[in-house]
Design a protein around this ligand. Structure first.
Ligand SMILES: *Cc1c(COP(=O)(O)O)cnc(C)c1O
Length: 249
């Protein structure tokens, strides 16, 4: 690893133990929230945007395999620095013209959680078609739903638009697999999680599949326990694991 010299400058012990212990803390809270809700523990996605690969490795060594990243270039450069069995999840805003860079640059990309247009779905399908050698498995996608449109700031389709996009993926994009729906929601407004859940139920009914076959990705550092109570299958936790992020300039 390129990182050894860098790490030699700082005391490795407190750094590694702080990520491992933060993770232990989050896992414990997740387990408690899941057991209170009488549900299986959801997937814990460690959101590592802006964090150096050294810290991702600490998390990997503490057992994390699901990592979430927000920026295409950052993910494409980090992926080869991490072991092959990492299941990368892209959770940032994705422009259609970056679809190919992302799909071709990250062989172990498990899921893009921020699908928000037919155009992007078609570009992802095309990127999969152009891949050589072809992937053995379809690329997972989740539809991002804007459950707080009054905020005017969040990406994603409106809840009532999700069914048409889901149908497009299932019918027209054979190399994509619709895994579920994702939302951020308004901080502190738990009704956003209910909105995602009913949107998921409506999509499943229209597709004629069990609601449980479509996952709900909801819950971040500030609200993952509440999200689990509301039925989350996959939580995206960054700062509670890796510490606060520098504000983007
Ligand atoms: C950054 C980010 C997260 C993690 O946020 P924290 O509050 O640090 O846990 C989760 N989901 C998305 C979409 C993000 O962009």
């Amino acid at each position: 690893m390129r990182s050894t010299r860098l790490l030699a400058c700082v005391p490795a012990e407190p750094m590694s133990s702080s990520i491992a212990s933060a993770l232990g803390n989050v896992r414990q809270k997740l387990a408690e929230a899941a057991s209170a809700a009488k549900r299986p523990a959801p997937r814990l996605v460690a959101v590592s945007k802006t964090k150096p690969v050294e810290l991702l490795r600490e998390a990997y060594d503490a057992g994390v395999r699901d990592f979430g990243e927000n920026y295409v270039q950052e993910l494409v450069s980090k992926a080869p620095e991490m072991p092959d069995d990492v299941a990368w999840r892209f959770i940032g805003s994705l422009q259609s013209n970056k679809a190919k860079t992302l799909v071709h640059g990250v062989p172990s990309l498990a899921c893009i959680e921020t699908l928000d247009s037919v155009k992007l779905a078609d570009r992802l399908q095309k990127a999969m078609d152009d891949l050589s050698p072809r992937r053995a498995t379809p690329l997972g996608v989740m539809i991002q739903v804007n459950t707080s449109p009054w905020e005017g700031s969040k990406n994603g389709v409106l809840a009532e638009e999700a069914q048409a996009l889901a149908m497009h993926v299932v019918v027209k994009c054979p190399s994509l697999r619709l895994c579920g729906l994702m939302t951020i929601g308004e901080p502190g407004n738990l009704a956003c999680f209910d909105t995602l859940r009913s949107c998921r139920d409506a999509v499943a009914a229209q597709l004629g599949v069990e609601a449980g076959s479509l996952e709900l990705s909801m819950g971040m550092s500030g609200d993952f326990e509440a999200a689990v109570a509301k039925g989350s299958d996959s939580v995206r936790v960054g700062s509670s694991i890796f510490g606060a992020r520098e504000k983007k300039a």
